[in-house]
Design a protein around this ligand. Structure first.
Ligand code: URA
Length: 199
């Protein structure tokens, strides 16, 4: 039986989404996955981070951002006084593309209802894109080299939703200048949250 958009839209908890993902055959990635990587963090998180897709370690352990890029993300979070338990984090894709290839547009499209429902359930103040794949899901016209460090607002889920675009930690961690840029963009997060809350 194929999982339908309607089933995903009517999920009432992250656990229900996880159950659907575990039975998902909407694209072919289930054939090569080891584990589902649905998302992790606080159900009451103010910040929802979106990455690209599970890598090798994430596929083996079932949790997003636990490899080298995840360690760098943890370091960045600590610079603004946050820990993983304070945020929510998920990917555009819930299953790993073989050999870490880029997500195909068709896979991102097919997987989108899961991410959309996760966001609706968490109801975050700020959504942060980690890299272009996450950003282009919402803003296909933007380029990460121009958009990084900037906020964007769009009517979604019946309200104004604010987004911040950042470079992907994996792209920035071994590149001195991108690393500094990402740190600088990250430092803006507390001020952005404050502004949204006072408006
Ligand atoms: N990169 C991502 O985009 N997501 C992960 O979960 C791990 C690495």
């Amino acid at each position: 039986m194929q999982i339908t958009d309607e089933q995903i839209d009517s999920a009432q908890s992250i656990a229900e989404i996880a159950e659907l993902v575990s039975n998902c055959q909407r694209c072919s990635l289930y054939e090569t996955k080891t584990m589902d990587v649905v998302g992790v963090g606080s159900d009451a998180a103010e910040i929802f981070f979106i990455g690209e897709a599970p890598g090798k370690k994430e596929d083996l352990e079932g949790e997003p951002f636990i490899g080298a890029a995840g360690k760098f993300l943890n370091e960045l979070l600590s610079t603004i006084g946050l820990e993983r338990k304070d945020i929510y984090i998920a990917n555009v894709l819930k299953h790993r593309p073989p050999n870490n290839r880029d997500p195909k547009p068709s896979e991102a499209e097919i997987c989108w209802p899961y991410l959309r429902r996760q966001i609706e359930l968490i109801n975050p103040t700020l959504i942060i894109f980690l890299g272009r794949h996450a950003m282009n899901r919402f803003f296909p016209e933007l380029k990460i080299s121009e958009a990084h460090g900037n906020e964007f607002t769009k009517q979604m889920w019946g309200r104004d939703q604010t987004f911040l675009a950042l470079y992907h930690p994996a792209a920035a961690m071994y590149n001195g200048s991108l690393r500094e840029t990402l740190k600088g963009d990250f430092a803006r997060i507390p001020e952005i949250i404050k502004t949204i809350k006072t408006n």
